[in-house]
Ligand binder design. Structure first.
Ligand code: NAD
Length: 294
């Protein structure tokens, strides 16, 4: 029997919990949590993500501020704006939507955000703390996946977990979390990437596959062991004969793999909504730390 890991439903439940918590805080006379986002340029997917983050904030009762900057914004100009936000006591979380235009150094930008409000968890200090197993802001997608595995009580201890993709946003932090001495975690982790030579064999030996490579339907049924857990992070727009002209495709061939898997995430409706929840969770966490609320 295959269980579909329904991220959409779980995220809805968890978002409602945050909404209730915020309502209670406001009733006690506290100010609302406040998330700031910076978007540089007009990349279609980035604009969609920032809009949905704004809507999520509105839904749970957070204040949200979005700075929409021109594609030609300079690195120094962006740094000045980030520093102003770092010094604003009213703001609990700051994210700078990636990717940035090529004339801006993303590492320099993510390291300009104060680690205290680094709710995307991309600052070198946040990543270092994650690697050491210290409390920090875990970036939203890996956080959401961990929450999904935990909620569905997926057994991860001693399991072989194969992470496909080594990006700083998904694959790398995911591999750290799955190998951490915690639950979910305690897995034996193999991290694969574009230079991995025997990917199919490695995947076939996996109890858990986390696919984050951005190649539509890459993980086929013959790469998956009977009874495996399959987490599909991929979101790629592929041309489709519909109103939008595209559909969202995951990195896993869902229809072919689903009957082999014990647990599997759909796309859409799996990891995506959990990622959106992760950002709300981190913002509330930062707010509570600032306000000294347990
Ligand atoms: P990325 O392009 O930064 O990294 C892709 C990684 O995949 C690289 O490390 C690369 O080495 C590896 N890779 C590429 N081709 C490969 C191959 N043939 N075999 C093995 N490894 C290969 O991408 P990213 O930012 O990590 O995102 C990956 C996917 O996840 C994208 O589709 C992205 O849109 C999606 N994503 C989804 C969410 C979500 O909330 N669901 C969040 C972030 C990213």
């Amino acid at each position: 029997m295959t269980t579909i890991l329904n991220g959409k439903e779980l995220a809805k439940e968890l978002r409602n919990e945050i909404k209730l918590e915020v309502a209670a805080l406001l009733e006690q006379g506290h100010r609302p949590p406040h998330l700031a986002a910076i978007l540089v340029g007009t990349d279609g997917a980035s604009m969609t993500y920032v809009n949905s983050k704004e809507r999520d904030c509105e839904f749970v009762g957070f204040k949200s501020t979005v700075l929409r900057l021109d594609e030609s914004e300079t690195e120094e100009g962006l740094i000045d704006k980030i520093e102003a936000i770092n010094n604003d006591p009213d703001i609990d979380g700051l994210i700078v939507q990636l990717p940035l235009p090529s004339h801006i150094n993303s590492d320099r930008i993510t390291d300009t955000i104060s680690p205290d409000i680094d709710v995307d968890g991309f600052h070198t200090i946040s990543v270092g703390k994650l690697a050491k197993g210290m409390d920090t802001y875990v970036s939203a997608t890996p956080f959401g996946i961990i929450k999904l595995l935990e909620s569905y009580k997926v057994d991860t201890s001693g399991k072989h977990c194969v992470v496909i993709g080594r990006s700083n946003i998904v694959g790398r932090p995911m591999s750290i979390l799955m190998s951490a001495n915690s639950y979910p975690g305690n897995s034996t982790v193999t991290i694969c990437h574009s230079r991995t030579s025997n990917l199919k064999e490695i995947c076939k030996s996996a109890d858990i596959i986390i696919a984050a490579l951005g190649k539509p339907e890459f993980v086929s049924a013959d790469m998956v062991k009977e009874g495996a857990t399959v987490i599909d992070v991929g979101i790629t727009r592929v041309p489709a004969d519909n109103e939008k002209g595209y559909r969202l495709a995951g990195d896993v061939d869902f229809d072919a793999v689903k009957d082999k898997a014990e647990f599997i995430t759909p796309v859409p409706g799996g990891v995506g909504p959990m990622t959106r929840y992760g950002l709300l969770y981190n913002t509330l966490k930062s707010y509570k730390i600032k306000a000294g609320i347990k």
